[in-house]
Design a protein around this ligand. Structure first.
Ligand SMILES: Cc1cc2nc3c(=O)[nH]c(=O)nc-3n(C[C@H](O)[C@H](O)[C@H](O)COP(=O)(O)OP(=O)(O)OC[C@H]3O[C@@H](n4cnc5c(N)ncnc54)[C@H](O)[C@@H]3O)c2cc1C
Length: 404
């Protein structure tokens, strides 16, 4: 059973338990992967990292709340490392939002790679060994199984896994990214696609990440020291330079006639959205299966659907209104007409599978998009690398009343 329950209450409880560790402990120990067994055997979480990512990815917990908690407990200097890591997420979200073709090309090349698997028995065999944890590289096989069993991997394990996948097993990176999206509870179009591209040398052009026996031995606390890994990581190449399309922040929706508020898996904290007035209806929608042509694991499906269900229930109570689900196959126009409503407000739907699945249909209705102040402050900064974002974040966040 997963340790992650898909509710805001569980997210807040984990946040409360982890806040004391967001300072010195995190800065010094976050790179160590002590293994999932450390949780299960000792019946406790690995407290050198937060494991909050499934909550943050679904916005059951907002980045703003997380940063505020870290700074309140440890001060700006003490919380610096933890806050930096949270900013990485905003950086990746903003970077992809402003280069949507990177996602579109990933989807096309992923589908082509699956076709290649069908046609090439040798490649298919290596893919099956990798995803079933049967390569003979003990550490890699362990992580493949841990991912499937728990829906989570430590950041360092994700880096090692992706590096071995690309440079030792020589599998297409898109199929590894897809394997992660099938199984990670926090599977996210931006963080996942761009991290895989980063390991392969496509994000920071020419700069790759090479997993080594020594580094793995040190940071798994001696649990693994795999031999036979690639000795070099020659950057992958692509014949494209992606153009930046600066983000257009939509204006706040004006007060007007009655509306339905959409709640989707990209934003499960409707209570903190700035709305012009109270909604008349909460409309829930969830569709994690679209993340992969192979669908997602039961754990991922249960977490995403559960997160939306929790958010819909909370929102209906908070705004004191009815709620209904917009189910697969139903026309949004009909769902709204049944409720005698013509207007829809929706939290921003970022680049990714859910937008691909329902974005057009939502846009075909009378919708106003709401982008959160935090995202509007951080995302536009992601024009190049991470470090300018980190440098400019304090000023940008001060503009929305946050002190870094
Ligand atoms: C190949 C690869 C694929 C990845 N795929 C995803 C993904 O699909 N979804 C996802 O949320 N993260 C992804 N990451 C980033 C990172 O590994 C996870 O966010 C982190 O491990 C989550 O664990 P945690 O909550 O314990 O992190 P903590 O160390 O406790 O960090 C707190 C929060 O900061 C954010 N964060 C931390 N490190 C990163 C990072 N390197 N990049 C972006 N955000 C970060 C996360 O929201 C995280 O929950 C990926 C990294 C790699 C190398």
């Amino acid at each position: 059973m997963t340790q992650h329950q898909p509710t805001r209450a569980a997210a807040l409880s984990r946040l409360a338990n982890f806040t004391a560790n967001m300072g010195h402990n995190y800065a010094h120990k976050r790179n160590f992967d002590y293994g999932a067994d450390a949780d299960i055997e000792q019946d406790k979480w690995r407290d050198n990292v937060s494991k909050l990512s499934p909550y943050i990815r679904h916005k059951l917990l907002t980045e703003q709340e997380l940063i505020a908690a870290a700074i309140k407990a440890h001060g700006a200097t003490g919380a610096d490392k933890f806050v930096s890591e949270v900013l990485w997420r905003g950086y990746f979200k903003g970077w992809l939002e402003q280069r949507p073709e990177v996602w579109a090309d990933y989807v096309t090349s992923r589908d082509a790679a699956f076709k290649q698997l069908k046609a090439q028995g040798g490649l298919r065999k290596i893919y099956e060994q990798a995803t079933e944890g049967r390569t003979g590289i003990d550490a890699f096989d362990h992580w493949a199984k841990e991912l499937v069993e728990t829906g989570y991997l430590h950041n360092h394990a994700r880096m090692w896994f992706a590096s071995v996948w690309i440079f030792t097993l020589k599998l297409p990176w898109q199929l590894g990214a897809d394997f992660f999206l099938q199984h990670l509870l926090d599977g996210d179009a931006a963080s996942n696609t761009l991290s895989w591209r980063w390991v392969g040398g496509l994000h920071t052009k020419g700069k790759t990440y090479l997993a080594t026996k020594e580094n793995i031995a040190q940071f798994t606390d001696g649990r693994f020291a795999p031999t036979g890994l690639a000795a070099e990581a020659i950057p992958l190449e692509e014949d494209k330079n992606y153009k930046l399309r600066p983000l257009k922040i939509p204006p706040a929706p004006p007060a007007a006639s009655a509306f339905a508020l959409l709640v989707h898996e990209e934003d499960c904290h409707p209570e903190s959205l700035i709305l012009p007035q109270k909604p008349s209806l909460i409309l829930g929608v969830s569709g994690p299966d679209g993340k992969s042509p192979k669908g997602v694991s039961e754990k991922v499906s249960a977490f995403s659907n559960g997160a939306v269900s929790d958010a819909v229930t909370r929102a209906a109570a908070h705004f004191d209104c009815d709620s209904v689900m917009w189910n697969k196959g139903e026309k949004l126009r009909d769902v709204l007409a049944n409720a005698k409503l013509e207007r829809l407000l929706s939290p921003w739907l970022p680049v990714g599978a859910l937008k691909d699945a329902i974005g057009k249909e939502i846009n075909g209705n009378n919708v106003r998009w709401i982008i959160r102040d935090y995202d509007a402050a951080i995302w536009p900064l992601a024009t190049k690398g991470f470090f300018p974002v980190k440098k400019k974040a304090p000023d940008a966040l001060r503009g929305i009343g946050m002190e870094l």
